[in-house]
Design a protein around this ligand. Sequence first.
Ligand SMILES: NC(=O)c1ccc[n+]([C@@H]2O[C@H](COP(=O)([O-])OP(=O)(O)OC[C@H]3O[C@@H](n4cnc5c(N)ncnc54)[C@H](O)[C@@H]3O)[C@@H](O)[C@H]2O)c1
Length: 149
Amino acid sequence: MEINGTVYDILHNKSGEVFTTSPQNSVYDAVRLMGEKNIGALVVVEGERIIGVLSERDYSRKVVLRGRTSRDTTVGEIVSSPAITVASRDGIDKCMQLMTGKRIRHLPVVDEGRLVGLVSIGDLVSWVMQSQRHTIQQLQGYIAGDYPG
Ligand SMILES: NC(=O)c1ccc[n+]([C@@H]2O[C@H](COP(=O)([O-])OP(=O)(O)OC[C@H]3O[C@@H](n4cnc5c(N)ncnc54)[C@H](O)[C@@H]3O)[C@@H](O)[C@H]2O)c1
């Protein structure tokens, strides 16, 4: 199935705020922020520079499984870096390929060096379901004869 649409279309329908942390912060504070915001990843930034992405998976694999503690580990020690990013103009099909190929679930969106958003695997699934519903409605309308022309 061909998947239309761009990252911009997804960002357009969600809140503009991107939650970030910095390499110096403790993993505990970062995980707490993820819990408060009910999200699974933070973009790790140093000023304007994007260092990488910190995900729940980084926490479980690099802290819990290695016997470290989140209060004594900094974000910089476990961040997945460099970040794999997309631009607003990129297609949703490219995002799906990146997530599948690189086994990641979050893509920061960067336009001209500036962090403008983030898309997650759930955002993509939701987009695809929505566009399939739309196509089905159009086809039903066409079969029922409501379709103009
Ligand atoms: N119904 C929807 O439109 C929708 C969209 C996304 C996710 N979900 C559901 O949420 C659950 C988890 O979603 P997920 O696996 O995609 O990951 P997730 O929990 O990290 O993401 C949930 C939402 O938060 C946003 N988000 C995540 N990190 C962010 C950050 N640092 N800054 C700004 N926004 C951020 C994502 O873009 C997504 O919209 C799943 O059950 C999924 O089905 C639903």
